[in-house]
Design a protein around this ligand. Sequence first.
Ligand code: 5RP
Length: 288
Amino acid sequence: MLSPRYRCCALGDATTEMRSARAISGRRVLAGAAWRSRQHAVRLATETVGAYYEHPQSEPPRPVAMGQQILKERVAAVALERVADFADDKLVLGIGTGSTTECFIDILHKLKHRIDTTVSSSERSTQLLRENGFSVSDLNAVPRVDLYIDGADEANAQLQLIKGGGAALTREKIISAVAERFICIADESKRVEVLGAFPLPVEVIPMARSHVARELVKLGGQPVWREGVITDNGNVILDVHGLQIHDAIETERRINDMTGVVCNGLFAMRSADELLLGTAKGVVSQTE
Ligand code: 5RP
């Protein structure tokens, strides 16, 4: 019997998810077990269910390429310049979630005098902001959000994004909807021609998980339950593999229309206003 720790997420009660996991077995969706037993776990899981999945929270820290970290820091520095350039003196700043955003939070103290308050897209970012001496307000308590800074998992030429790798997509989407301006910060590995190579996160009410998974299969995707992950809103995440998203607005709408879906990670109806991309040649700005 395969240890629960090594089980594919699809071994739950949802047969659709099981089929999906099998369908993606060729791509060996990784994640999962104790790092030292990783190869063993892959073999066991692949033999037993044809797929191997580990949700990001249980994965040991991956070594981040030094170059990529520098690109994130550079792009964060340019985002800070954008905040400095903003005309208003007392800004309400929206803060996203993820490692690139954390590079930005790390240097934000340089502009503390310019920031009235912040709103945050996750408990994690809220904690970091507070540790750095910033006030974090309830979104309902602020009259506006001047500027929203956040990372992305993928970005295309139209500045449409896939987000939610850190499971914070719903709050991120709410803040970006309110924000006057949304600046997306990312390293060049995130820039794609067609969205969808990164599995699209969908936040789902827990009791609707299997229903939504079946609906996502009808859409042509292969949903995989990010087992063990509960969002800040108390919901679960399905990561949809195998999509090639050519009409991101239509796909975003269709997934939103599925009963039980709280939010999906496509930021197409509200795309970014500016994409700051860290490249080996410097930070490139893209606006539509
Ligand atoms: C979190 C997100 C992040 O912005 C996205 O996952 C990018 O993260 P990172 O900057 O660590 O690559 O959407 O829900």
